[in-house]
Design a protein around this ligand. Structure first.
Ligand SMILES: O=C(O)CCC(=O)C(=O)O
Length: 277
């Protein structure tokens, strides 16, 4: 038994490559976070769209609070041990009746990190169901190596390059149905994706902490811009990122912008086309 996860859940993560659902907070608390997001989007529209859906935890206090939620960190500790840092975050938002989707992919493909044993908590701030476009995972696919990815740059594809693993048997996929306030945890190598949001009135909002890196993880492309979270992960060349005290302080925005530039350098390394997110 870990701090949050049962022995069965920990074993299941290693066998299947994901765990879901895990209760993080009440539905009311999740609704309050969704309301904070809505207010922030109204006040700072350019800071929560496009590329700025990345690393919002570096300049918005409510996203920092979510990133460092003790329940999330305790669950991560159950999987990675007591020394880990945070690489980045992504707000995955699908508007009602939108055609945006996420193709089958493995997160570790373009993150330039070795070894590829890191973990991503994905926290639902609204209902994430088959209807609203939840994530689906191919169980056990993390045991294979990185599969060939085709960079499609599909207009509705939320991934940077629209990268896609072809020949995936979708019949094997497991849907991760989450209520607001629940999260899933997935392995860096698992093949996963998601379909469009068919709901006419519900946003599908997921906040992915992408990813928590265990001690010993090395950045092989780009700068080492990591946030220390628990224990000791210090490595030569690490640039530690400060946490925001308030929303959108000039210094925090600069840190977010530099981090997003670094993200772009890493994720588009060797790509033919660079998109603006
Ligand atoms: O939010 C989604 O639909 C996909 C998210 C995803 O691919 C990820 O968190 O790794």
């Amino acid at each position: 038994m870990g701090k949050v996860l049962s022995q069965h859940q920990i074993e299941s993560y290693h066998k299947e490559g994901f765990i879901s659902p895990i209760n993080v907070m009440s539905e009311d608390e999740a609704n309050a976070y969704a309301a904070k997001l809505k207010a922030a989007e109204a006040k700072y529209p350019k800071d929560l769209t496009g590329v700025n859906r990345n690393n919002g935890h570096l300049c918005f206090k409510f996203l920092d609070d979510l990133a460092y939620h003790p329940k999330v960190l305790d669950a991560v500790e159950d999987l990675l041990g007591s020394n880990f840092s945070l690489w980045g975050s992504v707000l995955f938002i699908k508007e009602p009746s939108s055609s945006h989707f996420v193709s089958w992919h493995q997160d570790a493909t373009y993150m330039g990190i070795t070894p590829r044993n890191f973990v991503t908590p994905w926290i639902a701030l609204t209902h994430s169901t088959r209807y609203t476009g939840c994530m689906s995972m191919i169980p056990g696919s993390h045991h294979k190596d990185i599969q060939p990815h085709q960079d499609t740059y599909g207009a509705d594809n939320i991934l940077t390059r629209g990268q896609e693993v072809t020949n995936v048997d979708a019949n094997l996929a497991v849907d991760l149905i989450l209520k607001p306030g629940q999260m899933s945890l997935h392995h860096a190598m698992i093949i996963h994706g998601s379909q469009p949001n068919q709901s006419e009135d519900q946003r599908r909002i997921g906040f992915a902490l992408q990813s928590f890196m265990p001690a010993g993880a090395k950045q092989t492309i780009g700068d080492n811009n990591w946030s220390p979270v628990r224990g000791h992960c210090s490595q030569k060349g690490h640039h530690y990122l400060p946490r925001p005290q308030i929303d959108m302080a000039a210094g925090s925005v600069q840190v977010r912008d530099q981090s997003n530039q670094n993200f772009s350098n890493i994720l588009y390394h060797g790509a033919k086309i660079k998109r603006d997110y």
